[in-house]
Design a binder for this molecule. Structure first.
Ligand SMILES: Cc1ncc(COP(=O)(O)O)c(C=O)c1O
Length: 389
């Protein structure tokens, strides 16, 4: 299985750039690791609950955390209590482990001659394909290009593929392009899921980093469509919302039948969230002030990018997330040049996408993470514009 996996984009980047001597001080914009201030109460709450490190944590997390998450889901998505702490929410040690384990709880399709599949947007977060392989599914990549609004084209999928589909990953706002599914898109996707009996795995870890309008969530769209959360699993994280990637705290919420299976499975194999981290996470989900401040910092950097880049590299302000997705012609060549001449480390778009018969949809792009402080971002974008223009 390991041989089948795509290599980590960061390993490929390290191989590409090697130990090139730089003309300028390095600025890291390849990794999506937020450098904004953390909420100032986290360490206090952690230490107040430090005795919890002496206990095995419950797999479903403490009630106080699931209640805080349920409140947040209601505030953010107007679910009116449809996602309950008891049946619809499962804390995770960061969303990545949940995204990886999710295909393993799906029922395989019986009586089929062809291998069941999982649909994956292309470009994509690399964990999805590892997850599909590990659970015995064929990953099938569905291109998301400028022409399709940077979301996978779901209206033209062949019937023969849909009947063997067990799930689709949909990242919204998407990494790397920052595209957000609107209500109509979610509805079409869930309608397909209903007619072909598959599950929607909605990766929404960038849901709180948006430009002006909060992106519609999978759960709220599903709830408004059917009054239930059937066939929906939505993944959320404190890594981006609250600039706490090292806390390793997230959750999955949705279809109570699937959440029940997930809980049972993780009870045997999953990493439970340590109790002090669960308590700190509850306080973080309950607080909005730091999220608003965080969002403002990203908006200011998108303003800055717009003023420096204008319409070069087909710049656009994404609906959400914190990446620039710039069309530079040859993403690998631009990445090398930026590092060598400007000390700016970005990621070639091709490394985030799969080659297909029509080419690699990320090939002409670079992904630029706006995770540094304003001044560093300004310096980096000036260098970028100068070097690539
Ligand atoms: C699209 C996407 N999904 C999931 C994750 C994982 O986030 P977490 O820190 O919650 O595991 C990331 C992290 O970069 C991501 O970009």
């Amino acid at each position: 299985m390991v041989e089948q996996l795509p290599q980590s984009p960061f390993t490929r980047l390290a191989q590409l750039l090697g130990d090139t001597k730089l003309g300028q001080s390095p600025i890291q914009m390849a990794l999506g690791e937020p450098q904004h201030p953390q909420p100032d109460f986290v360490v206090r709450v952690l230490s107040e609950h430090a005795e919890g490190f002496g206990r095995y944590p419950p797999i479903q997390g403490p009630e106080v955390l699931r209640q805080a998450i349920a409140r947040w889901l209601d505030r953010r998505y107007g679910l009116s209590g449809a996602a309950t702490a008891g049946a619809h929410i499962l804390p995770l040690s960061g969303t990545r482990e949940g995204l990886f384990l999710a295909p393993q709880i799906l029922g395989k399709r019986s009586g089929q001659t062809e291998r069941p599949s999982i649909l994956i947007p292309n470009p994509f977060y690399q964990c999805y394909s590892a997850a599909a392989f590990a659970a015995g599914y064929e990953p099938v990549y569905v291109n998301a290009t400028r022409e399709t609004g940077f979301l996978p084209e779901i209206d033209a999928l062949p019937e023969a593929l849909l009947v063997r589909t067990a799930a689709i990953y949909l990242c919204s706002p998407s990494n790397p392009e920052g595209a957000a599914a609107d209500e109509a898109y979610w509805r079409r996707l869930f309608a397909l899921a209903d007619s072909h009996d598959f599950v929607v795995l909605a990766d929404e870890c960038y849901a709180e980093i948006y430009d002006h309008v909060p992106p519609v969530g999978a759960l709220e769209a599903r709830y408004r469509q059917t009054g239930s959360l059937e066939r929906a699993l939505s993944f959320h994280s404190l890594s981006k919302r609250s600039s706490l990637p090292g806390l390793r705290s997230g959750f999955v919420a949705g279809d109570p039948g699937l959440i029940g299976k997930f809980r049972a499975y993780r009870n045997v194999v999953g990493p439970a969230l340590p109790l002090p981290i669960a308590h700190a996470s509850a306080a973080v989900w309950d607080d909005e002030a730091h999220v608003q401040a965080n969002r403002l910092l990203y908006s200011q950097k998108f303003e800055l990018a717009q003023s420096i880049l204008g319409n070069r590299f087909r710049f656009y302000r994404p609906a959400g997330g914190f990446f620039l997705w710039l069309d530079v012609g040859d993403g690998v060549a631009a990445t090398e040049r930026l590092w060598r001449e400007a000390g700016v480390r970005v990621l070639p778009g091709a490394y985030l996408a799969q080659d297909t018969v029509t080419g690699n949809p990320g090939a002409s792009y670079i992904r630029v993470a706006l995770v540094n402080d304003f001044a560093t971002t300004q310096e980096a974008l000036r260098r970028l514009a100068q070097t690539l223009s």
